[in-house]
Design a protein around this ligand. Structure first.
Ligand SMILES: C[S@@+](CC[C@H](N)C(=O)[O-])C[C@H]1O[C@@H](n2cnc3c(N)ncnc32)[C@H](O)[C@@H]1O
Length: 301
């Protein structure tokens, strides 16, 4: 193949991967909005916010359509949200502005590239040092692959975070083609989620002060009638074990899915306390939110 043709094919492939990424991000933001609105209207996010009631300044990982962020703001927190999906950021900005909040949006940080293995790579640009006073700052970025965000957060921003929240982590269909994951990490959505949460536990060592909190909320179905609190607790103790975070406790709450929302892969607890994914929503059993609170402990005696 001559160079001209191979360059043209490479360009075409790059365009196709990018088109797919945009399409999947957009679809995800629209579908998630249905779930998030339903969760907000049923005060589920207020229940989640109780987990970080003591902390003023929150770093939220993934704002989705903005309803979780709205609940945090309504509960008197100041928030920085880092969100990978620009469509989600736009929806969040619109929602929060319509409720009268003062919003800063830092978008267009992405530098898009493709790799020879037909995967895509995203790098992120610097964030301006001085942003001024806002109720909420929305940053487009990736918590597992954005050293410039972490540097800005820890060195340049005037915002000193007291807690990290990571509620209902999930992502769009193109994310598995992002080179930030190796393929074994995205075989199932639960492996991608656990991989991301593991990185978040370790990042908390870097970005939190002693006694600050990490609050994770996941969705679980109890098919085998096991003790959910105990099995989730064990799983998270394992996840936290490579960090200075110590799991303080797990709470659960039965919730109802939105009728027309996203049919999510839900974390399911089995007897041997392994977490597996099954597509679809089960009508047979209760769906539960499980909330896991951990704290940064320096001298863990
Ligand atoms: C299911 S939504 C939940 C959003 C919100 N926390 C809520 O409860 O409504 C998960 C969001 O996390 C974002 N996300 C997933 N992985 C991320 C990462 N590594 N960095 C930043 N955002 C991420 C996704 O783009 C998605 O919008």
């Amino acid at each position: 193949m001559n160079t001209l043709i191979s360059n043209m094919l490479a360009k075409k492939e790059k365009e196709l991967i990018y088109t797919d990424l945009i399409k999947n991000r957009k679809e995800y933001s629209e579908t998630w909005e249905v779930d998030a609105k339903h969760f907000f209207e049923n005060s589920y996010y207020d229940w989640m916010a109780e987990g970080v009631a003591e902390s003023k300044n929150i770093l939220e990982i993934g704002c989705g359509a903005g309803y979780s962020t709205l609940a945090l703001l309504n509960n008197n927190h100041k928030v920085i949200s880092i969100e990978e999906n620009s469509f989600c950021i736009d929806k969040t900005e619109k929602l929060l502005k319509s409720k009268g909040f003062n919003v800063a949006k830092i978008n267009n940080r992405e530098v898009y590239k493709t790799s020879p293995q037909s995967r895509y790579i995203l790098e992120y640009k610097n964030i301006a040092k001085e942003l001024g006073e806002y109720d909420v700052i929305l940053v487009q970025g990736d918590i597992i692959n954005d050293p410039k965000f972490i540097r800005w957060l820890t060195e340049d921003s005037a915002f000193s975070i007291d807690a990290v929240v990571c509620w209902l982590l999930g992502t769009h269909g193109s994310r598995g083609s992002n080179q930030v994951f190796d393929l074994s990490q995205v075989q199932e959505s639960s492996t991608a989620r656990i991989h991301t949460q593991n990185i978040i536990y370790e990042l908390c060592d870097e970005i939190l002060k002693e006694n600050d909190y990490l609050h994770i909320v996941d969705r679980v179905i109890d098919v085998d009638n096991v003790d959910i609190v105990e099995s989730v607790s064990m799983n998270h103790e394992g996840q936290a074990s490579t960090s200075k975070m110590k799991v303080l406790g797990v709470k659960k709450m039965i919730y109802e899915e939105a009728t027309k929302g996203m049919s999510m892969n839900i974390r399911e607890s089995t007897k041997d306390s392994k977490m597996i994914d099954r597509k679809g929503i089960y009508n047979c059993c209760d769906k539960l939110f499980v909330s896991v609170l951990s704290q940064k402990v320096i001298n863990n005696l």
